[in-house]
Design a protein around this ligand. Structure first.
Ligand code: 6GU
Length: 247
């Protein structure tokens, strides 16, 4: 990554932005709130990430600003047309050089931590959200470089999936989380689920915190947490556990 230390508070004129994400959508309002709070907002305010939300409809040359049409060959459901998407992509390409143009679709490659890690090291990413029955296949064949799904279930559109993908990427960028080690100890980062956590009170109506966590013995606590991670992973996600063993 070429950017400078993220601890600078953007008081200098050099650019510390690590990653720019441009999201193309017909429902831009759906993408406002995920970036308006908490970690993602702070990452943007600090200047570590830039997020652009682009209304595809604004690029439509149709007199009613249409962005969809009937499917060739018939069948229920509308298909998003090429022209507004292509013009929006071209306008953005004139401003930035994109590492990936990602189409969010349930038939894409399933998102996992490794993909998020990889994308967090890019400079410019474009994310296209589909709606209705999806986009004209020629957009996927000629303009998109990668297709990602967030799981085996169907959402009404790609917007929520784009927000999920963006969140998982942005939190990995150095300087975004206050405690830099905290993303590294997330579930999945090493094919292990995170151990249980507790906070005060030590006893709540008879439900107590494990003694070891109150012992002050850091080595024992670390060992306990690792054991908990292992047993949780083995029980809840045997697939991850086996992959982790192979390493
Ligand atoms: Cl990326 N889009 C939609 N519409 N549904 C999904 C998805 C994406 N990932 C899982 N379900």
């Amino acid at each position: 990554m070429s950017s400078s230390s993220a601890t600078n508070q953007n008081t200098h004129s050099f650019n510390l932005t690590s990653l720019r994400i441009d999201i193309l959508t017909v429902l831009p309002r759906l993408l406002e709130s995920p970036f308006a709070d908490s970690i993602l907002k702070r990452a943007i305010d600090k200047g570590i990430v830039e997020v652009g939300i682009h209304d595809i409809r604004a690029y439509s040359k149709d007199k009613h600003q249409k962005v969809d049409d009937y499917a060739f060959g018939g069948g229920a459901g509308m298909v998003m047309t090429i022209q507004p998407i292509h013009d929006c992509i071209d306008a953005l390409k004139a401003e930035h050089e994109y590492d990936e143009i990602i189409y969010m679709t349930p038939d894409g490659e399933q998102l996992n931590q490794q993909i998020s890690n990889e994308l967090s090291m890019k400079k410019n990413i474009m994310i296209l959200c589909g709606h209705y029955k999806g986009v004209d296949q020629r957009v996927r064949d000629h303009l998109v470089t990668r297709e990602i799904s967030i799981g085996d279930y169907v959402l009404s559109g790609g917007e929520l999936a784009a927000a999920v993908l963006s969140d998982s990427i942005i939190r990995l960028i150095p300087g975004v989380l206050n405690d830099e080690t905290s993303a590294l100890s997330d579930s999945f980062q090493d094919d292990l689920l995170a151990p249980p956590v507790y906070t005060r009170p030590a006893d709540y109506k008879g439900w107590s915190v494990p003694d070891i966590l109150k012992s002050g013995n850091l080595k024992k606590i670390e060992d306990w947490r690792f054991e908990q991670s292992l047993s949780r992973t083995k029980e809840r996600r045997p697939d991850l556990y086996e992959r982790g063993k192979k390493g």
